[in-house]
Design a protein around this ligand. Structure first.
Ligand SMILES: [Cu+2]
Length: 104
C-alpha cells in the first residue's frame, strides 16, 4: 500500500514537472528589450516609433517613452529579432540601440 501511494506521488510530481517544462518552453521565445532612441525630439516621435515597432511581425508590445527616450519592445524571438526591431525604428527615421534586456 505504501509503495502504491509513493508511485502515485511520483507520477504526480513527474506530471507537474512536465507541465512546467511545457509552459516554460511556450514562453521561452518571448523577449523584452529596451531600446535607446535618442533621436526623438517631440511628443509625436514616440507615436511614429511605436507604429513602426508594432508593424514588425512578432512584436506583441511596444511602449515608447519620449521622456526617457527609449522603447520597451516585447517580441517573439522565433518570429523576429533585435536586429529587425532596431531596423524598424531606423526605417521610421530613428536610430536605436539596445540598452538592455529584461529577464524573468
Ligand atoms: Cu517628433
Amino acid at each position: 500500500m505504501k509503495t502504491l501511494v509513493s508511485a502515485q506521488a511520483k507520477k504526480l510530481i513527474l506530471a507537474s514537472i512536465l507541465a512546467f517544462a511545457f509552459t516554460d518552453a511556450a514562453f521561452a521565445a518571448v523577449r523584452t528589450v529596451t531600446l535607446s532612441v535618442p533621436g526623438m525630439y517631440c511628443a509625436v516621435c514616440p507615436i511614429t516609433v511605436k507604429k513602426a515597432l508594432v508593424k514588425v511581425p512578432g512584436v506583441s508590445k511596444a511602449v515608447v517613452s519620449f521622456e526617457k527616450k527609449e522603447a520597451v519592445v516585447t517580441f517573439d524571438d522565433a518570429k523576429t529579432s533585435v536586429k529587425a526591431v532596431e531596423h524598424a525604428t531606423f526605417e521610421a527615421g530613428y536610430e536605436s540601440t539596445v540598452k538592455g534586456e529584461k529577464t524573468k
